[in-house]
Design a binder for this molecule. Structure first.
Ligand SMILES: *[C@@H]1O[C@H](CO)[C@@H](O)[C@H](O)[C@H]1NC(C)=O
Length: 225
């Protein structure tokens, strides 16, 4: 091989490496932008709902985001139908390095809509937040002990969203194709965890406050919900 040819091959090789790095970085960047849209929109709506109850806004947390994303992928890959059965090990204290107290895990697993109208990432962030918060319709503030004792599963997402002592927020989400169409898994993480259960339910009285008198009336997130 002539020296000129050798130089040419090296140049082609370097060119290929640079091109594949660009493709790789762009791919990672696009994924990151997607997730960011879902996370920001979920955070804003969470804090809007919290404000209705006089709870301080949550703050984004990168470690929670990471654990949430690991769990979204876990539910997609290991739980039939991608349903959130809270079996993801990564968020439990003892399994994760960052958080010693419990993390509150809420999730939504549902179709992202018909193929003609796939949810955008903003809609995924907002839609999942609304699905948790709308359980307020099942919660009677004058009689919440009965609600918690008789139908906890229909109120405990709502109580986590507005829980006063929760400070940080993280979100993970992924979409996938299944036989039924396009599926979506979103996990919303809160720290410190809400829903602290004691015999007298006292923590709920402190942390889940009624809607403030001057709060704007609740409008559903979208007509179909
Ligand atoms: C909420 O509970 C109070 C006290 O038990 C009761 O009087 C009221 O009717 C309940 N409200 C609804 C909407 O069920």
């Amino acid at each position: 091989m002539t020296p000129e040819k050798k130089v040419l091959f090296v140049k082609i090789g370097l060119g290929l490496i640079v091109a594949s790095m660009l493709v790789g970085y762009t791919y990672v960047w696009v994924q990151w932008v997607d997730l960011e849209a879902a996370r920001e929109s979920a955070l804003i709506l969470n804090n809007y709902y919290r404000a209705r109850h006089g709870s301080a806004p949550l703050t984004r947390n990168a470690d929670l985001d990471m654990i949430a994303q690991m769990c979204a992928l876990y539910y997609r890959d290991y739980v039939p139908g991608g349903s959130i059965d809270h079996s993801c090990p990564y968020w439990r204290s003892g399994y994760n390095f960052y958080f010693s107290e419990g993390i509150g895990e809420c999730g939504g697993g549902s179709p992202t809509g018909s193929p003609e109208h796939l949810w955008t990432n903003i809609e995924i962030g907002e839609g999942n937040t609304w699905m948790l918060y709308k359980e307020i319709y099942n919660y009677n503030f004058s009689n919440f002990k009965t609600d918690l004792e008789t139908h906890p599963r229909t109120v405990l997402h709502f109580t986590q969203v507005v829980w006063r002592e929760s400070k940080y927020f993280g979100l993970g989400m992924t979409t996938y194709r299944s036989k039924k169409g396009i599926g979506m898994v979103a996990t919303l993480f809160y720290y410190p965890s809400g829903n602290l259960i004691t015999d007298d339910w006292a923590h709920f009285l402190m942390n889940v406050r009624p809607v403030l008198k001057d709060a704007p009336a609740l409008e559903g997130w979208k007509k179909q919900y």
